[in-house]
Ligand binder design. Structure first.
Ligand SMILES: [Zn+2]
Length: 249
């Protein structure tokens, strides 16, 4: 047996056994308390460096199917009415509320148009699986798409709660505008200098050459149009048509 001879020249010292160096740390304490599980496939879809925490939290609860939707409450016989308050036609569930509801679809259609992704018609669970597979990495395009998912789910859930608890309601157009404004503000904090397409799609100010060039072209076009209008050089409806076109530049 190995012998143990205490060294009377060294003071006794307490050691924190869960840590390899014997020093206490919060991370080592947490690691000793929790049970480690494998990551779920949608982990990076919810938690990423550029996320908006309170919106990621709602998305996390929604993906786990643990929001208090009316179908969940109905299981405990606490609620008789199960109709979705956004469309008033179908029973409210996670899958319906966030993806199948006509109200939500109108919102997703507008957002997907900006993202450049067509509405693919998947159901809620299939879409989460699809996005978990395809939205990988940290490129601005992927980050913008993941932000869209979290912000949209948050705002749809918030609108649902406003209708249930406060008796107020907004149109899908107004909710979509709030979502787009939130994402635009968030993206404006990123460096999109090398991603002018995203800056243009989300109308985020960028100092990139392409954005500046398009902006200058718009100003030049409107200046020439104003001059033509002033000199009455354009006949008929041409000035109106050109002015409407200039608004898109
Ligand atoms: Zn609905």
């Amino acid at each position: 047996m190995p012998s143990y001879n205490p060294n009377s020249n060294v003071n006794d010292r307490a050691r924190w056994l869960p840590s390899s160096n014997g020093t206490y740390s919060a991370s080592s304490a947490l690691a000793s308390l929790r049970t480690l599980h494998s990551f779920v496939p949608w982990f990076k879809l919810v938690w990423f460096a550029q996320n908006i925490p309170r919106m990621s939290f709602i998305l996390w609860v929604a993906i786990r199917g643990m929001l208090s939707t009316r179908d969940c409450i109905h299981k405990y016989d606490l609620l008789v009415v199960t109709t979705c308050v956004l469309c008033n036609t179908h029973p409210e569930s996670h899958a319906h509320l966030f993806f199948q509801c006509l109200f939500s679809r109108a919102i997703w259609t507008q957002i997907m148009n900006i993202c450049g992704s067509p509405w693919n018609g998947l159901c809620w669970n299939a879409f989460i699986d699809w996005a978990s597979t395809h939205w990988r990495g940290n490129s601005p395009t992927i980050v913008a798409n993941k932000l869209c998912l979290g912000v949209a789910v948050y705002h749809i859930w918030r609108e649902r709660n406003c209708r249930v608890f406060e008796g107020t309601q907004k149109t899908s157009l107004v909710v979509a505008r709030s979502i787009i404004d939130t994402i635009r503000c968030w993206l404006s904090s990123f460096n999109l200098k090398n991603h002018p397409i995203i800056a243009l799609n989300w109308n985020v100010n960028s100092s990139s050459f392409a954005v500046l060039l398009l902006s200058c072209l718009g100003h030049l076009f409107r200046a020439v149009l104003s001059l033509c209008l002033a000199l009455a050089l354009l006949p008929g409806y041409a000035p109106c048509i050109l002015y409407i076109l200039s608004l898109f530049l």
